[in-house]
Structure formats: C-alpha cells, structure tokens
Design a protein around this ligand. Structure first.
Ligand code: 5GW
Ligand code: MN
Length: 351
C-alpha cells in the first residue's frame, strides 16, 4: 500500500514499471513490423486502373501486408473444370492453373519454411543422381531453404554439386539390400529413422521421391501440407477395381474391391516431419508383419502406402503432373510435366 506523500518511493517504482512495460510494447511492435516486411516484389497481373493501383501499392507498402498484387478469386469461375480439384474430405488436388505461386511463396517465405528432399541412390541407381540434383536446382522450391538428403551405399560415387544459396546436400551412408524389393521397401524404415534422428531438427517438411526422375517444370511450396501423396500417372482415370492394390486379405496392405479413393504413386509422398514418421513407421511395420507370414505386397512399398492413405487420408494430393512418365503419353489434362521419369535401360540398372 502507498501511504506516503507524493513523490514517494512507492510511486516511483510504479512509474518505472510503467516505462518498462511501455518500452517492451514498443519494441514488440517494432519487431512485428519488420517481420511483416518480407523483401518480396513479385509482379502479378492486376486488372485495375492506375489510380486504384497506386493507392493499393500505398496500402500494401504501409507494412501490414506483403507487397503482391493479384486478381480477386472468383467464386463463379473455377480455375479447372476438367478435373477434380478437391477431395470429398476437402483436401486440395493440385493441378496446373489452380493456384497462384506468388501468393503461396509470400506465405511460406513469411514462415521461413525449410524443406528436405529425400532420395535413394543405391547400387547402380547412383547414375540418376546428377540429372536429378541439377534439375532440382532449376525447379524444386527455388528461393526456399532446401536440404537434399541422399541415401546411398556408394558415397564416393556422388559427385560435388554447386548449389544455390540456402541449399545443402547431406549424404547418408546406408546398407544396400540384396533383393531389389528390399532396396525399395526399406526406404520406409530408413526415412523413419533419419527423420527422428536428424530431419526433425533440420527441416519443417519432407518430400520423399524416386531418383530415376528429372524436374522439367516448377515444383514449389504448393505441394506442401501436413501429409501429401501423388496420383499415380497410370491410374488417375481408372476405376477402383482396376487399381493394382494388394488384394489378398491375409496381407496388411489388403484393400477390397469396394474400397479405395485413388491409386497413389509409391515414388512421391511427404508432409511435416512428424507425419512422415507416422506414415513410414506404419508402412514399415505392415511390411514386417507380412514378411513374418511370407507375404510381400504386390507393389511393395507402394501397396502399403496406398493402404495408409486409405486409412489416414492425405491433406493434399498432387496431380500426376508431379510424377509423370511418358509411357502414359500426353493426355489433355496434363498441362505440364513437372517431374518426369527418366527412361531406364533396364540392363544397366537392374540386378
Ligand atoms: C533396382 C532394381 C529393381 C528395382 C529397384 C532398384 C533400385 C531402386 C536400386 O537398385 N537402387 C535404388 O536406389 N532404388 C531406389 O528405389 C531408387 O530411389 C528408385 O527410384 C526407387 C524405386 O525403384 P524404381 O524407380 O526402379 O521403381 P519404379 O516403380 O519407378 O520402376
Ligand atoms: Mn522410379
């Protein structure tokens, strides 16, 4: 209680406390103001007159919004009418033309998001690494922080790459399983283990892909979500019955003919690190349980991944633009081939 006369020691204490709080408040606003000023100047066509534009530019530059201009989304003009762009569980399906990369980039830059790209180059598959990395430098998450995680048994055969700023390569030495089925299936176990040990500290999201591929067009933050998969290029227009799910009820990957949403590609999945741990852990355990009973699912890791996504729906799905193969031609719905399978000379890479 303050019973003394002004200016008492007690009231000076209160004044000092007030000044301290006010100072803290001011510096908090200063920090917040700076964070809202990402240095992004990305033009985007805007259909407005020059007066409107200059007042908008003033508004955007007052520090409350990132400086990007773009057209208002139109409720009555869906960007694509030839393909499904949202699932019944409200996950977006990412097709060319449905998103504005500038808006997405501004959002993800604000969060300073870090992305890990995992890829396996075991035994003869090291030959694919050069084209894979060089094309990723041109098209994968350009302008963002990226770690390439290359799993290989042939560390010495991975050459040095010059990477853009903010991008790093981490080479992880892993065993080469004898059977090729094990080479592909054990990816789940290794991604799980390194995610827990390392990736969770280094990155926010992981994308886990095949190495026998090449980037031909932008693959950016539009792919990122809590957990995502990609439509297999060979099955996106097929019926459930035609999906090559595992059909033996004894298998952990079993899916009956009456079930299933999509047929997902084994060579492309990802999400936040914790979700990738759940996914890979599930697939690895299902595979081990089958092994105990001498069962191996029809399409190996892809079959277990399809079972996982049936039970735990992905929060975003990538169209086959993101994992195309020219084996399936060039249908009209595929407006761009962002990530394309490299023709394999089987005698050179198979064992
Ligand atoms: C080798 C022979 C047959 C099947 C797979 C392999 C193999 C796969 C290999 O020797 N080394 C290797 O690193 N892999 C990894 O598994 C690669 O990252 C490869 O992209 C992935 C899946 O195998 P793919 O690409 O041969 O499978 P498909 O379905 O694309 O043909
Ligand atoms: Mn492949």
């Amino acid at each position: 209680m303050c019973s003394q006369k002004w200016p008492s020691v007690c009231s000076i204490k209160w004044i000092l406390l007030f000044c301290l709080c006010f100072g803290l408040l001011l510096s908090w606003f200063a920090i917040k103001g700076n964070r809202c000023h990402p240095n992004i100047a990305m033009p985007y066509t805007l259909h407005s007159n020059s007066n409107e534009r200059s007042s908008l530019v003033n508004f955007l530059q007052d520090g409350k919004l990132p400086r990007i201009l773009y057209d208002k989304p139109d409720i009555f003009k869906p960007r694509r009418i030839d393909v499904l762009s949202i699932t019944p569980w409200l996950a977006p399906i990412v097709w060319n033309g449905t998103f504005n990369r500038d808006i997405l980039n501004a959002q993800f830059h604000q969060r300073e998001v870090r992305i890990g790209l995992t890829v396996f180059a075991i035994k003869k598959y090291v030959i694919f690494i050069k084209k894979f990395i060089e094309s990723a430098e041109k098209f994968f998450m350009v302008g963002h922080k990226v770690n390439y995680y290359v799993f290989t048994d042939r560390v010495n055969e991975i050459s040095n790459f010059t990477l853009a700023e903010g991008r790093h390569m981490v080479i992880l030495e892993v065993p080469a399983y004898e059977r090729w089925q094990d080479v592909t299936m054990r990816r789940m176990e290794m991604i799980r283990d390194f995610s827990i040990k390392q990736f969770v500290n280094d990155v926010d999201y992981l994308a886990c892909v095949d190495v026998d591929m090449e980037f031909l067009d932008d693959v950016g933050v539009e792919i990122l979500s809590k957990v995502f998969g990609a439509l297999h290029p060979g099955f996106f227009s097929h019926t459930r019955r035609e999906f090559t799910y595992e059909r033996r009820p004894q298998s952990k990957a079993y899916i009956p003919f009456e079930a299933g949403d999509f047929y997902y590609a084994g060579g492309y999945f990802g999400g936040v690190v914790e979700e990738v741990v759940k996914l890979t852990n599930y697939c690895h355990h299902a595979m081990l349980a089958d092994k105990q009973q001498n069962i191996e699912a029809l399409w190996h890791d892809e079959s277990y991944l399809n079972k996982y996504f049936l039970l735990y729906k992905p929060t975003k799905i990538l169209s086959p633009e993101y994992i195309w193969n020219n084996y399936y031609g060039s249908p009209a719905s595929i407006q761009t081939k962002r990530f394309l399978g490299v023709n394999k000379k089987y005698e050179e890479v198979r064992f």
